[in-house]
Each structure stands twice: as C-alpha cells, then as structure tokens.
Design a protein. Structure first.
Length: 188
C-alpha cells in the first residue's frame, strides 16, 4: 500500500517535471545561448536581458495555463464524476425500493465497480463503486438498507439517508475515510 502511494506520487512528480520543461523550454534555450556566449567571450548584456524577459514571459504563461487547467478542466471533470456517482446512487435507491415493494426485503450488492448491471434494474456507471447492505433500523423497527457510492476519480463518498435521498458524507470524518478506503481496496 505504501509503496504504491510512493510510486504514484513519483509518477505525478515526473509528469509535472516534464510539463515544466515543455513550458519553460524557451527560457532553457535562451539560457543556453547566454552561457555559451559567455564561454566564447561574447560580452553582451542583451543576452542576459533576453533570458530574463523570456523567463518572465514563460512564468506568466505557466501561471495562466495552471489556472486554466484547474478552473476549467479539473473542476468540471471532478463534478462530472461526482454526478455519475449521484446518478448511480439514485438508480440504486429506486432499484432497492422497487425490489422491496415486490419481495418485502432488500438485497445486497457489492462492492461492485461499474460498468455493472443486474436483472433487478440496477445500473452502476463506469468507474463508480457501489455497495448496498440490508440492515435493521432499531429506532423505527423496520428493515432498511445502507448504500455507499463513490467515483474512482471523484473526491466524495455518497450515502443514502433514511428518507431515500442521496447525501454526501463529511470528508473529514473517520467513518468516511474508512468506508472510502474499503471500497477502493475491494475492487482493484
């Protein structure tokens, strides 16, 4: 587990390093000209000025590219993934209620990773992990079920409420971290 996390971090760091080299390649090229000019005894302040201006221009471009990527691609991408998990949870709740109305009990599913579909009308979207477990509600003295869902690339854990609605679990809770870890590790 620990080595997998370290390898993942190293791969992400390598990708960011490659992106930095690509974005700052004009600055690297200009700096190379400056250092080669110094080695062959060319005394020109314009080369140093070109290196500094190119570096500033690349820093500005990198700043805007970073904000563009985080604001437009990553945020909307995570929102799409979370929407798929919500859609799966809604489908699971409807499927459970339909099954309970017909058979008088709830059924157990998973954890399963989508794409998954069963003959009871349950559809799990791609890369969404779902687990449903029948339970006995002691307070209401009736049968109920607990459902958890998350998207592999999403941030939050979803669960069902007693009213049949979808709710996002608190991200900083210990239970949320434990269930999230269990779901992710169960469907590798």
């Amino acid at each position: 587990m620990m080595s997998r996390d370290i390898i993942g971090i190293l791969i992400i760091a390598l990708i960011y390093l490659c992106l930095l080299v690509v974005v700052f390649s004009p600055t690297i090229y200009a700096a190379w000209f400056y250092f080669m000019g110094r080695k062959v005894q060319i005394k020109s302040k314009s080369l140093l000025r070109i290196v500094v201006l190119t570096g500033c221009a690349n820093a500005i471009v990198a700043y805007f590219l970073m904000h563009f990527a985080f604001d437009h691609f990553l945020a909307s991408n995570v929102a799409e993934k979370e929407a798929l998990a919500v859609q799966t949870m809604n489908n699971a709740i409807v499927s459970q209620q339909r099954f309970f109305a017909t058979h008088g009990r709830y059924y157990s599913v998973g954890p399963v990773r989508g794409p998954y579909q069963n003959d009871l009308g349950l559809t799990v979207e791609k890369d969404v992990i779902l687990e449903m477990v029948p339970q006995w509600d002691k307070a209401k003295a009736q049968e109920t079920f607990q459902a958890y869902a998350l998207h592999v690339w999403g941030k939050g854990l979803l669960l069902n409420t007693t009213e049949g609605k979808v709710e996002k679990a608190p991200a900083d809770s210990e239970v949320s971290a434990m269930v999230r870890s269990k779901l992710l590790n169960s469907v590798k």
